[in-house]
Design a protein around this ligand. Structure first.
Ligand code: PLP
Length: 395
């Protein structure tokens, strides 16, 4: 079809065409491009397996035991015959981790956001979403049919203006991420929660990149900031710091009972399989019991950023394990990615339409798979590469 080929050609021309590249994961945070078996192993700066739990022996063993005991698949949706005791155990564990009465599992984070938002709001209601919210949040908003207002990223003043002028008579829902997936910055949750004293709204916080990493128990930024009680719906995934797959929504018993009846991506989809549940349950237990996992990660993140700053990187490297370096144009971001790959680093370029025009960036995701030594070597390579190809990002 001409329309499709023109579209693809235009994407190629502007350096924004997405393509798949299979990889083989090796030990110690390295991977190799599967189609290039003789190529060197690359240090992986693009995974969200922040605590390296996907390869933790306790997680693998729990997954293996669940698989052997209950089989490869749940066989049906939860409301049919797919509802296993393991689903309930994991829901109780995750509700405990998030300090909420109850939780409900979803097939993925995308399915959670795309199912929960339309269950909560619809025509006649209104949703307020941060401009940098994840695509799954925006798809959930669009599916809901509620009127959507986007507020400037992390600008609670702008949100308040919108609430004051568009709150309306229906239900209002505010959706934010606690740690933003592409910029790694943190939502000012305390300021946001303070708005609840003046405006009535439901608050949904996506903790995909925070659960397991922040808070004394790994309960996320809502725990770290002490605002869990004011967050009506705490969403998160098992596919990132928890090293597995799937997602959850934690909240009051009433909200969960309602979602069981209204969230279509929950009702009309096969339940998560036993091996995934076993892995996630072990991961939640580990995160609560073993603080050293996140302490180790934060120590490495801090040293990596220090090295980059000392080397003259002027960019704001943010408060989290996601370290963004803004470079501007998409072709420059792609050239940097290629050059870094030649030098042994696997980094993702985040480009429009995922982020606004002219704000293409390299996103360095630091995980416990990467040793201090790896990170020190990578910092030297990065500074050298930026110095040659993008000196404007160095101060
Ligand atoms: N929400 C945010 C903020 C994310 O970054 C992601 C990641 O992909 C998702 C939701 C979707 O989660 P999942 O990958 O489990 O579908």
């Amino acid at each position: 079809m001409a329309r499709l080929s023109d579209w693809l050609a235009e994407r190629r021309r502007t350096g924004t065409l997405r393509t798949l590249r299979p990889v083989n994961r090796l030990a110690d945070g390295r991977l190799r491009l599967a189609n290039e078996p003789n190529s060197p192993a690359l240090l992986d700066f693009s995974s969200n397996d922040y605590l390296a739990l996907s390869t933790h022996p306790a997680v693998i063993e729990a997954s293996r035991v669940a698989l052997a005991q209950w089989g490869a698949g749940a066989g049906a949706a939860r409301l049919m015959s797919g509802d296993l005791a393991l689903h309930h155990q994991l829901e109780a564990a995750v509700a405990g981790l998030k300090g909420k009465e109850a939780a409900l599992l979803f097939g993925s984070g995308f399915m959670a956001n795309a199912g929960v938002i339309p269950a909560l709001v619809g025509r006649g209601d209104v949703v307020f979403a941060d401009r940098l919210d994840h695509a799954s949040i925006y798809d959930g908003c669009r599916l809901s049919g509620a009127k959507l207002h986007r507020f400037r990223h992390n600008d609670i003043g702008h949100l308040e203006e919108l609430l004051a002028s568009h709150r309306g008579r229906g239900e209002a829902l505010v959706v934010v991420e606690s740690i933003y997936s592409m910029d790694g910055d943190r939502c000012p949750l305390a300021d946001l929660v303070a708005l609840k004293e003046r405006y009535e709204f439901l608050l949904l916080v996506d903790e995909a990149h925070a659960t397991g990493l922040f808070g004394a128990n790994g309960g996320g930024v809502i725990e770290a900031d002490g605002v869990g009680g004011a967050v009506d719906l705490a969403m998160g995934t098992f596919g990132k710091a928890l090293g597995s797959y799937g997602a959850y929504l934690a909240g009051s018993r009433e909200i969960i009972d309602y979602l069981v009846n209204r969230a279509r991506s929950f009702i009309y989809s096969t339940a998560l399989p036993p091996a995934v549940l076993g892995a996630s349950l072990a991961a939640v237990e580990l995160v609560r019991a073993d603080v050293s996992l996140r302490d180790e990660l934060w120590a490495r993140v801090t040293r990596f950023k220090e090295r980059l700053r000392q080397g003259g990187l002027a960019a704001d490297l943010g408060p989290s394990q996601i370290v963004p370096v803004l470079v501007g144009e998409s072709p420059l971001a792609l050239a940097l990615v290629e050059e870094l790959r030649e030098k042994g680093l696997f980094v993702t370029a985040v480009r429009p339409p995922t982020v606004p025009e002219n704000t293409a960036r390299l996103r360095f995701s630091v995980t416990r798979h990467l040793s201090d030594e790896d990170l020190a070597g990578a910092a030297v390579t990065l500074l050298d590469t930026f110095g040659r190809l993008a000196p404007q990002v160095l101060g």
